[in-house]
Design a protein around this ligand. Structure first.
Ligand code: SF4
Length: 161
């Protein structure tokens, strides 16, 4: 049977991003993934109770690991604290991944939830910095390898392991 892969909903074309749009992968790539994996799909921010569209949010004072330790917060541009929703969404994503036996995930780069390598600075200045989003951090802490959409070749090569 095919292994399971947790995937960001917006990468599969679901219009769940803060701006009400998706960031869907090309159809051929989606087909390749679906042929090789059983896809388990979630948008952590929607799962955590946030509406779509919603104000853009960034992590202040650290990365997703710091948010999970309550040492940093996720805030909208207007200053609203949405940390609780981001943490709840991460917990839902972890639960879903564990329920389906996902050892790997393909999550959208640079998102304050899904980013696996970089997130925005927290100053809403368009600058990226090293660090993980809240969901990527929680999944990683539980041994799930997180890839982003620019690392698809790595992910597909992993099947040859
Ligand atoms: Fe996509 Fe993740 Fe943002 Fe949801 S939280 S819109 S799945 S990047």
């Amino acid at each position: 049977t095919r292994p399971t892969l947790l995937v960001s909903a917006c990468l599969l074309g679901q219009p769940v991003r803060y701006d009400g749009h998706s960031k869907g992968l090309p159809a051929t790539l989606r087909d390749t993934l679906a042929a090789r994996y059983r896809l388990v799909v979630i948008c952590p921010e929607v799962a955590g109770g946030l509406p779509t569209p919603r104000p853009a949010a960034e992590i202040h004072g650290g990365d997703g690991h710091a948010v999970l330790r309550r040492d940093a917060t996720v805030r909208t541009g207007a200053g609203g604290d949405v940390s609780a929703e981001f943490i709840a969404g991460a917990a839902q994503a972890l639960q879903l991944a564990q329920q389906h036996g996902c050892r790997i995930a393909l999550l959208k780069a640079n998102s304050p939830s899904c980013g696996n390598r970089q997130v925005y600075s927290g100053r809403f200045d368009g600058q990226l910095q090293d660090g993980q989003g809240v969901t990527a951090a929680l999944l990683g802490a539980h041994g799930i390898r997180v890839y982003n959409e620019t690392q698809l070749e790595l992910l597909l090569a992993k099947l040859a392991d």
